[in-house]
Design a protein around this ligand. Structure first.
Ligand code: ATP
Ligand code: MG
Length: 422
């Protein structure tokens, strides 16, 4: 029979790798909590219009990357390609704007995009993200960028750069758009096929194209920065001053236009030269119009999302403090009485909070000890028929190979005190 395989671009995370993942997730959660964000869990699928309306019809995601399907009643549903749309929907639906304290959420979980799979680019991938609602102060932008920067720095991810730009307000971009389009029409010949299309649908995205010829052709393009209103400029100055004040290093990148329509004012991205072609680790920005656009009260907001796969690719094993729960006791029960007693001792240990394992396939002491070694057990409790008859077991310290009798009625306190002593 044919073996059924996983889907292309959809990966298993095997037990050897999950400690690395937990380490990343726990670090992210810890930092987000330090900055006053609380976890929100929103659904993995939503009605398609939510994403189409928020992310924007002429973006890569909505044009070609969404996993969309029909529900039985014909409703169009989509597996979430990102976390902001669902979080905003929940914010509106549960009337969170009525809460007098700023709403600060974080989320972590799988996202789905139909892309060409390669290193650091998958069809199911995981993002950690934060959304800060209700504050139009540039310090909120700084706080969100600081959180991202400190979290990634704490993970000791190499060669990071925080790139920042200012997209101005909607009207600012309306002034800029025709200037850019005029310029792009002149260099039309030099643009890639994708950008020729973007020129008509979403011209700002041309500036973000990764193709080298597009980049050089747009080098001399008019700058959005020159079309910005006084308000947008002073907002940006306040953001940069805030970053300086708390010592977050950044690089102003005038070409940084994010691929989602909902951003305004501040946009940012953290990149690393260690990631090859997929050099972005995380990105975000301000999206003051989105809550209102989705039918909620006018609410300023700012947030980011980071890709956990890309973080995992960069994480040096050395940087990980051990989160691996090692095995404390391997129970080696053999012979009719030893096996029976071993089975209940296993359970007693676990109930007492001591990790314990056995291999039911092993029937001799020798094979048990081999498995205890492989499982890197701290102790092995040897229970043969003779021991069990005397109400004892033999406790073997797997590091020193010392072995001594242990009264089974005092097993738990004895092991606990040995663990405390070591
Ligand atoms: P890219 O330019 O790499 O396509 P993006 O602009 O589409 O990124 P965002 O939507 O801003 O990415 O998502 C934020 C982060 O999520 C990215 O910086 C990246 O780390 C991660 N990410 C996005 N798409 C994928 C994917 N297909 N596979 C793995 N990680 C991804
Ligand atoms: Mg993308």
């Amino acid at each position: 029979m044919d073996i059924i395989k996983g889907i292309r671009g959809v990966k298993d995370i095997l037990p050897e790798e999950t400690s690395r993942w937990r380490f990343i997730e726990e670090t992210a959660r810890r930092w987000a909590t330090l900055y006053g964000f609380h976890e929100i869990r929103v659904p993995i699928f939503e009605v398609t219009t939510l994403f189409a309306r928020s992310i924007g019809a002429s973006t890569d995601i909505v044009e070609k990357e969404m996993y969309t399907f029909q529900d039985r009643d014909g409703t169009s549903l989509t597996l979430r390609p990102e976390g902001t749309a669902g979080t905003v929907r929940a914010y509106i639906e549960h009337n969170r704007a009525a809460d007098p304290v700023p709403q600060k959420y974080f989320y972590s979980g799988p996202m789905f995009r139909h892309e060409r799979p390669q290193a650091g680019r998958l069809r199911q991938f995981n993002q950690f993200g934060v959304e800060f609602f209700g504050t139009a102060d540039p310090r909120a932008d700084v706080e969100v960028m600081a959180l991202l920067w400190r979290m990634l720095s704490d993970l000791k991810l190499p060669a990071l750069t925080l790139e920042v730009n200012n997209l101005g307000s909607g009207p600012d971009r309306e002034i800029y758009r025709p200037l850019l389009v005029t310029y792009l029409r002149q260099i039309h010949e030099e643009l890639c096929g994708n950008c020729r299309r973007r020129l008509e649908t979403n011209p700002l995205r041309v500036l973000d194209c990764k193709v080298a010829t597009c980049r050089s052709a747009t080098e001399a393009a008019p700058r959005l920065a020159d079309s910005l209103s006084e308000d947008a400029r002073s907002y940006f100055t306040a953001v940069l001053t805030g970053l300086d004040a708390i010592g977050i290093p950044y690089h102003v990148n005038h070409r940084l236009v994010r691929g989602l329509d909902y951003y305004c004012l501040t946009t940012f991205e953290v990149t690393s030269t260690h990631l090859g072609a997929q050099n972005a680790v995380g990105a975000g920005g301000r999206y003051d119009g989105l809550v209102h656009m989705l039918g909620g009260p006018s609410t300023p907001a700012v947030g980011f999302a980071v890709g956990l796969e890309r973080m995992a690719l960069m994480l040096d094993q050395q940087a990980m403090t051990s989160t691996i729960q090692s095995l404390t006791v391997y129970v080696a029960g053999f012979g009719p009485c030893g096996s029976t007693s071993g089975f209940s001792v296993l359970d007693q240990l676990r109930v007492a909070g001591i990790s314990a394992a056995s291999d039911y396939r092993s029937s001799s002491l020798k094979s048990h000890l081999r498995q205890a070694d492989r499982l890197k057990a701290r102790f092995t409790l040897i229970l043969g028929d003779d021991e069990v008859e005397k109400g004892i077991g033999l406790l073997r310290d797997m590091n020193t190979k010392d072995q001594h009798d242990i009264d089974l009625t005092h097993l738990i306190p004895r092991i606990s005190s040995l663990l405390q002593a070591s």
